[in-house]
Write a protein that binds this ligand. Structure first.
Ligand code: NCD
Ligand code: ZN
Length: 364
């Protein structure tokens, strides 16, 4: 059984830098991906719009060119958001938007995830001229929605988490200050975030990763599998249910694919474990499994297939304001396995390989 779909868009991924960049881009192209939003948490961060890279900051212009030169020129769309730092100015936003290079800015909770140490606390941005400039210019705000600096049960507990706190306390304040801003709640993982998004208007979108649709924290903890360690952390059953309901809802237009594929050559580090799941080469297969686990019938039910197509291929482009792909790719309902990705800087473990998971779908 074949599922022919328009090529899809990954509206949150990490292509990194250096020798492995071309391998990561190539895995995305292989899985029918027509374009991507490539995260700016490189070293140093992509915190300027234009100009040459230097030791403290890169520019969207240069990083984007690096990705294009590494094979990304085969994408129809390639958006690099600007990493919001203490040095971001409203002038950068206005000039960047005018030049066409700046489509989105990325909020990172300071020290909340990989390479997020240049982030600015959200409270410092509320009411700021930077957010006002983004609103004026139609620049999208991509949010990593976790409260920063929390410890112990405030960070993660059965009833609380850094994400829940962020969506219950910070996000309402953000909307009070900047009601017109276009916002993507990225890689949402909790019932609280899903509720916040469902209650929002057309300027509020969200992405969901394959791992948060498929697994719960117990999958990571039973046998302790570091391959599933990513941020925001995989949560509980009621959270997974809320995410599944959000993505499979017929006719929904604001929730879309953003894999947060985040390759790490070494998961075990001096600080414990590097956060990030690599889903290059296998994301559509995993998303299809997530929909089926949620009860969708991707073989016989046209409304379910339409909802899957909306999530994977159509909603993201519509939200970001570019056309969906006119090319297609095929998913086939036969089992497949992923393999270690051999790349110059060392092999990368795709999530299904790390979990010894056979996927129910293959790429044609
Ligand atoms: C990402 C990374 O490795 O860059 N890690 C992750 O666990 N998702 C950063 C991020 O998006 O939080
Ligand atoms: Zn990410």
């Amino acid at each position: 059984m074949n599922l022919t779909l328009p090529k899809w868009y990954d509206l949150h991924t990490h292509f990194r830098q250096g020798e492995n960049l071309s391998a990561y881009v190539s895995e995305h192209l292989k899985m029918g991906c027509a374009g991507a939003l490539a995260m700016p948490n490189t070293k140093p961060p992509v915190s300027r719009v234009s100009g040459e890279n230097d030791d403290t900051s890169w520019s969207i212009e240069s990083y984007r060119q690096e990705i294009l030169d590494a094979g990304g020129d085969a994408f129809d769309q390639l958006i690099v958001p600007l990493y919001l730092t203490k040095d971001t100015t409203p002038e950068m936003i206005h000039e960047g938007a005018e030049s066409g290079l700046l489509k989105a800015c990325k909020y990172y909770p300071p020290h909340g995830t990989t390479n997020s140490e240049h982030g600015v606390p959200l409270k410092d941005l509320l009411g700021s001229d930077v957010f006002k400039a983004m609103d004026d210019c139609g620049v999208v705000l991509c949010i990593h929605g976790e409260a920063h600096g929390l410890k112990g049960p405030d960070y993660f507990d059965a009833n609380r988490s850094a994400e829940k706190t962020f969506y219950e306390e910070s996000m309402p304040r953000l909307l009070e200050h900047h009601s017109g801003l276009k916002i993507v709640c990225e890689h949402i993982t909790t019932k609280a975030a899903a509720r916040f998004v469902s209650e929002g208007g057309p300027s509020l979108g969200a992405t969901v990763t394959p791992q948060h649709l498929l697994f719960t924290v117990s999958t990571m903890l039973q046998g302790f599998n570091p391959q599933l360690y990513c941020l925001p952390l995989i949560k509980f059953e009621e959270d997974r249910e809320a995410l599944r309901a959000a993505v499979t809802q017929h006719g929904q237009q604001r929730v879309f694919a953003g894999t947060d594929s985040a390759p790490h050559t070494l998961k075990a580090t001096d600080c414990g474990c590097a956060a990030g799941c690599f889903t290059g080469g296998c994301a559509p297969q995993l998303y299809a499994m997530g929909f089926e686990a949620a009860g969708s019938d991707l073989v016989n039910s046209q409304p379910d297939i339409d909802a899957f197509r909306n999530f994977l291929c159509l909603n993201g482009p519509a939200f970001y304001g570019f056309p969906p792909s006119e090319e297609t790719f095929d998913l086939v309902r036969t089992p497949s396995q992923s393999e270690l990705l051999e790349a110059g800087e060392g092999p990368i473990t795709p999530l299904p390989f790390g979990l010894k998971l056979t996927m129910d779908w293959s790429l044609k």
